[in-house]
Design a protein around this ligand. Structure first.
Ligand SMILES: Nc1ncnc2c1ncn2[C@@H]1O[C@H](COP(=O)(O)OP(=O)(O)O)[C@@H](O)[C@H]1O
Ligand SMILES: [Mg+2]
Length: 249
């Protein structure tokens, strides 16, 4: 099967601490790949290295056959690698739809007629509305200032902003963190609805969500991938049980 993202021997140290210890990882086309492991294992560090918000000390990252290791975070987004942040990207005073319009515009390229009033550019507006629908943001909320929406709804906006870039790979670092059970279920359904449209690397502590969503799972312990496999393979893996899952299940 085709690999969209190929991570080879990725290395990162903080002083004496090796946070990413020659990590090798492949994301297949359209798969939801979960990354699990104990606190401090290096999951967020890996997400930072992939998104380009942190520089690695060695190794390489290929996206669709192209080496992106030297690219900035913005260049990686343009190349097809997006990351959903936890609300930090939303303009709180702008409406939901205005936020989405800006994101759609930013990725529309040179065909965008920048002198046209935003709301009158119907093609862009349609795209923004389609994104809102895709992310299950209720229409009654579209014209409200984004900052006034409940936490879970703002997470959906973050998701929509990441999708506006039409990524081939979406990175998600603990998207369910701080969410109640209902919101977690809704977000799980949203991620599920995107299965097959892009590859996702999902860092998540909620094991129920992980085992429900993931096509494959990689387990990171002390900066090292100790196993990669299907949920069933990971559940049965003795090394994984000893290092991590045994304490949870
Ligand atoms: N900017 C940093 N400077 C120094 N140490 C860091 C930094 N970021 C993370 N670390 C350390 O690297 C290790 C991995 O952290 P992190 O990637 O956040 O783990 P996880 O997301 O799996 O909980 C931890 O020991 C953490 O303290
Ligand atoms: Mg983390």
């Amino acid at each position: 099967m085709k690999s969209v993202l190929v991570v080879n021997q990725l290395f990162k140290r903080f002083g004496a601490l090796v946070a990413s210890d020659h990590v090798c990882l492949e994301l297949r086309s359209g798969e939801i790949h979960a990354l699990i492991g104990p606190n401090g294992a290096g999951k967020s560090t890996l997400i930072h290295l992939l998104s380009g918000t942190m520089q690695s000390d060695g190794g390489s990252i290929q996206l669709n056959g192209r080496d992106i290791s030297a690219m900035s975070a913005h260049q990686r987004v343009a190349a097809g690698l997006s990351r959903s942040y936890q609300i930090t990207n939303i303009f709180k005073n702008m409406s939901v739809l205005e936020n989405l319009l800006l994101a759609v515009q930013a990725h529309a390229g040179s065909s965008f007629r920048f002198w046209a009033p935003r709301s009158e550019d119907s093609a862009l507006l349609q795209k923004a509305q389609a994104l809102a629908e895709q992310c299950a943001i209720e229409q009654a909320l579209w014209n409200r200032p984004a900052g006034t929406l409940p936490h879970g709804e703002q997470r959906k906006i973050e998701f929509a902003l990441a999708l506006a870039a039409k990524p081939s790979v979406l990175l998600l670092d603990e998207p369910m963190a701080g969410m109640g059970p209902d919101e977690t279920l809704r977000l799980t359904a949203l991620i599920e609805s995107l299965r097959g449209r892009m590859s996702m690397l999902l860092v998540e502590h909620d094991m129920e969500a992980v085992f429900r969503l993931a096509d494959r799972i990689s387990v990171l312990v002390y900066g090292r991938i100790i196993a990669t496999g299907t949920p069933e393979e990971i559940r049965m893996d003795p090394a994984v049980r000893e290092a991590y899952l045994g304490e949870q299940t």
